[in-house]
Design a protein around this ligand. Structure first.
Ligand SMILES: Nc1ncnc2c1ncn2[C@@H]1O[C@H](COP(=O)(O)OP(=O)(O)OP(=O)(O)O)[C@@H](O)[C@H]1O
Ligand SMILES: [Mg+2]
Length: 243
């Protein structure tokens, strides 16, 4: 890996809600084709970081750069629509599908800023996830938890992003479905998309990640390859439930 294929650089970012500062100088990098997992205790700022990258919160200091036409370009002043246009996509921690809309309509919403090529994109999502085609006219609220996540990912894939941000993709799912969500993540990764995810199922996520970052109280605590973090005794006892 070298700098030439870095696609996201978060550099010393401070962010929060109004007067409340949650991130106190967080830095992360994502390279092309990587799967990166961020772990850390509840409330440490993982979702805040994802929201800041996706333009839903503005950093008060620091920079966020993304690869646009082979140049790392500051994006921390971009709005969400422009971030989508340059190849960023985001699946929030909750409420990530429109429950009363059909599966097909949900996919259409994923491409609402660009109608052109819509049919083609929907067909490629049906190819990637055949179950969504079988149920295309059903409302999303009739899907199982795992299928609902699949739909949320497919919607995020509609405009062919370079990087997808997933906030706790396996949260709230039964253990047997956790594996199927990670299989779905593998499917989107193999389609050529880099993945930046936050996960509570830290072990399962790190096993499948190139690298990971540990956040605590809004600061970087550690970073390493997924396997090295898993085998680090201190990290394991503090952040991986002692396993
Ligand atoms: N809209 C908000 N306004 C004010 N404070 C908020 C808001 N959203 C989150 N916070 C606070 O910011 C801190 C970090 O929250 P955040 O959601 O980023 O944590 P997290 O690491 O994603 O936690 P979890 O593992 O529970 O999802 C928490 O103390 C939380 O209470
Ligand atoms: Mg969160």
């Amino acid at each position: 890996m070298n700098n030439s294929n870095k696609i996201l650089e978060v550099n010393n970012v401070f962010s929060g809600y109004g007067e409340i500062e949650i991130l106190h100088g967080v830095s992360i990098d994502v390279y092309e084709n990587e799967i990166i997992t961020i772990i850390g205790p509840n409330g440490c700022g993982k979702s805040t970081l994802m929201k800041t990258i996706f333009g839903l919160l503005r950093p008060t200091s620091g920079s966020i750069e993304f690869m646009i036409n082979n140049n790392m370009t500051p994006i921390h002043n971009y709005d969400t629509e422009n971030l989508i246009k340059i190849g960023l996509s985001y699946v929030p921690q909750s409420d990530n599908v429109f429950p009363s809309l059909s599966i097909r309509e949900n996919l259409e919403m994923g491409a609402f800023i660009k109608q052109e090529g819509m049919e083609e994109s929907i067909e490629s999502m049906y190819e990637l996830f055949p179950i969504l085609k079988d149920k295309k006219d059903d409302p999303a609220n009739q899907l199982s938890g795992g299928q609902r996540q699949m739909l949320a990912f497919a919607r995020a894939m509609m405009l062919k992003p370079k990087l997808i941000i997933l906030d706790e993709p396996s949260a709230g799912l039964a253990p047997n479905l956790v594996t199927s969500v990670f299989d779905t993540i593998k499917t989107i990764h193999e389609a050529g998309v880099s993945i930046l995810m936050v996960e509570q199922n830290a072990k399962a996520a790190l096993e499948r990640s190139n690298r990971g970052y540990v956040l605590a109280t809004g600061e970087n605590k550690a970073t390493d390859t997924g396997n090295k973090l898993l085998n680090n005794k201190e990290i394991a006892s503090l952040y991986l439930g002692g396993k």
